[in-house]
Design a protein around this ligand. Structure first.
Ligand code: NAP
Length: 289
């Protein structure tokens, strides 16, 4: 695929502007449109063409990227443009639910639009930088044909034809991030009661996260097999540890939201499972809800 393919970007919020900026930096003729045209100023100064309407923007390129607040906004924007989009590649990098992505893909298929859904595992400043990842699902043709273009934004991780998968992976990974950050901050607050700063705590956490990551292959294998027997660390000592963390947190004068939520889950599993079960067995309780 020609490196300098024409590309249209609909939506110039923080993320859309970063995506368009990376295209311009790589020399792609880039047409942009945004509800508030003023946000295009910087991109136009860098060579982008500002379309007067979204329809005009779509007509300018074979590849159309949309990145707006959510799928409701994307749907309202794209719905009236089905005729213009027919026969073009549409890459939707708006975050949402798997169901919304699948509905979008169905709508695109009905209108002859080649549809690739994606989620961006990066902040706008990280676009095009090492570590930026795009989770993609939907049209394999759009993915393979536009690989080089996608790589301008980050590593493209294609997950398959089901357009909903990228949204599901996105949420699963964000969950890991949210729980890790909350646990880091709980630890920082706990140590803060003894005047240890979060930055002093940080290197210990970085080292520990490496060890925790090394536990995951074994936990993943057990989660898949359903054989939870462990000679490493039983649930009982982990439940006791979480109880201790909550009690010490209270004694040090901070909240217990993070350990209390984990304690509730771990203790419920302990009540349901066998004494020999390891941490991987939590997945049964999580599945049951
Ligand atoms: P943002 O800065 O708030 O921009 C929102 C964009 O949506 C703007 O272009 C805005 O247009 C447009 N928009 C909102 N309502 C509209 C409407 N009714 N009609 C037409 N356009 C409308 O958001 P963002 O950070 O760029 O995020 C965009 C998408 O990327 C989201 O789905 C977000 O979850 C995802 N994402 C963001 C990040 C991040 O760190 N920012 C990271 C990963 C994924 P106006 O400029 O006219 O308001």
């Amino acid at each position: 695929m020609d490196k300098r393919e024409r590309v249209t970007v609909l939506g110039l919020g923080r993320m859309g502007a970063a995506l368009a900026g990376a295209l311009l930096a790589a020399g792609h003729p880039t047409t942009v449109w945004n509800r508030s045209a003023a946000k295009a100023g910087d991109l136009v100064a860098r060579g982008a063409v500002l379309a007067r309407t979204a329809a005009e923007a779509v007509r300018a390129s074979e590849v159309v990227v949309v990145c707006v607040t959510d799928y409701d906004v994307a749907g309202d924007l794209l719905g009236p443009l089905a005729g213009e989009l027919a026969g073009r590649a549409l890459i939707n990098l708006t975050s949402g639910s798997p169901e919304q992505a699948r509905r979008s893909a169905d709508w695109a298929a009905e209108h002859g639009i080649d549809y690739l859904d994606g989620t961006i595992m990066a902040v706008p400043q990280g676009i095009g930088q090492p570590g930026s990842v795009l989770l993609l699902s939907g049209s394999a043709e759009v993915h393979s044909g536009r690989k080089a273009l996608i790589e301008l934004w980050g590593d493209g991780d294609y997950l398959g034809a089901d357009a909903g998968l990228s949204a599901l992976y996105d949420l699963a990974l964000l969950g890991v991030m949210w729980s890790t950050i909350a646990s880091f901050l709980h630890g920082a607050a706990l140590l803060g009661t003894e005047d240890v700063t979060a930055q002093q705590f940080l290197p210990k956490v970085e080292r520990w996260l490496g060890a925790v990551a090394s536990f995951l292959p074994g936990i993943a294998a057990q989660a898949d097999s359903g054989d939870y027997a462990t000679d490493v660390s039983g649930l009982d000592i982990n439940v006791a540890g979480l109880d201790l963390l909550a009690r010490v947190s209270r004694a040090q004068g901070i909240g217990t939201d993070v350990p209390a939520a984990l304690h509730e889950l771990y203790a419920r599993r302990l009540a349901q499972g066998s004494a020999n079960d390891g941490l991987a067995s939590l997945i049964d309780t999580i599945r049951r809800g």
